[in-house]
Design a protein around this ligand. Structure first.
Ligand code: 13P
Length: 249
């Protein structure tokens, strides 16, 4: 059975105070026990939030990591550093990292390899621009992103890979891909995994959707057979909205 996951990507938001308050508020809600719930705070809060969530069933992930173990990389954080504070999950390849920080598939491939080598699980983001979709190049684009990165990994590595489909045009724009568009792409991605590896692996990989997921649209998106959850940006900063999205899965 595929794991159902809701992850909140807090991006560069919240002071320590705001984040602790958000967790306190989330503690007032009850969540289905079979779900994986993840929050992804900024680096400076990973320890704090991890400690705060110690006895709860909410996991912590980082938003990024570097591909080297240590060295002269000012401002960067390594897999070893994450592990030293008990963080074993990271987002990689978010479109904001690709766009604003020039992370290419080549750089991401190194990050993926390092994470897997260090036994860190990955939420790997892929997604096309609106121009790709308009020119009907979106399937090709997604296929390329996969072929350049996660499809170069061994079969067994997929135990540690979650795919997040996040069409760039739907991130933070209020414009959500329609449930049909999402299902079509998720099923395409699963089909590619099946072709490249096999059917059983394809059926075990969680593929989650991100891009303007809100309480009002979550249920229709999560209802799609190939959607295993969501990667939530803006709405994850509001406890009521996040809880309602979790409970829509
Ligand atoms: P929004 O939910 O704010 O559109 O962000 C989605 C996202 O980028 C999650 O990683």
């Amino acid at each position: 059975m595929r794991q159902k996951i809701i992850a909140g990507n807090w991006k560069m938001n919240n002071t320590n105070f705001d984040s602790l308050l958000l967790i306190d508020e989330l503690m007032n809600y009850s969540f289905p026990p079979d779900l994986r719930i993840v929050v992804s705070p900024p680096y400076t809060q990973l320890s704090l939030i991890n400690e705060k969530l110690k006895n709860l069933k909410i996991e912590v992930s980082s938003q990024n990591m570097h591909y080297e173990s240590n060295g002269a990389f000012t401002g960067e954080i390594s897999a070893l550093m994450l592990k030293s504070i008990n963080v074993y999950l990271t987002i990689l390849g978010h479109s904001e990292r690709r766009t604003y920080f020039n992370e290419t598939d080549q750089i991401l491939l190194k990050k993926i390899r390092k994470a897997l080598e260090e036994d860190i699980e990955i939420i790997f983001c892929i997604g096309e621009e609106l121009s790709d979709r308009k020119s009907r190049n979106h399937f090709n684009f997604i296929k390329n992103q996969l072929e350049n990165t996660v499809f170069l990994q061994k079969y067994d590595s997929w135990k540690k890979i979650i795919i997040a489909y996040e069409p760039i045009w739907a991130i933070g724009t209020g414009e959500t891909a329609s449930p049909d568009q999402i299902q079509e792409m998720h099923s395409f991605i699963r089909g590619l995994i099946s072709e490249k590896y096999d059917h059983s692996l394809a059926n075990s990989v969680s593929i989650i959707y991100g891009g303007s997921v809100k309480p009002s649209n979550a249920e229709n998106i999560f209802y799609q057979p190939d959607v295993d959850g969501g990667l939530i940006g803006g709405a994850s900063l509001d406890s009521k909205d996040f809880a309602s999205i979790v409970n829509a899965l």
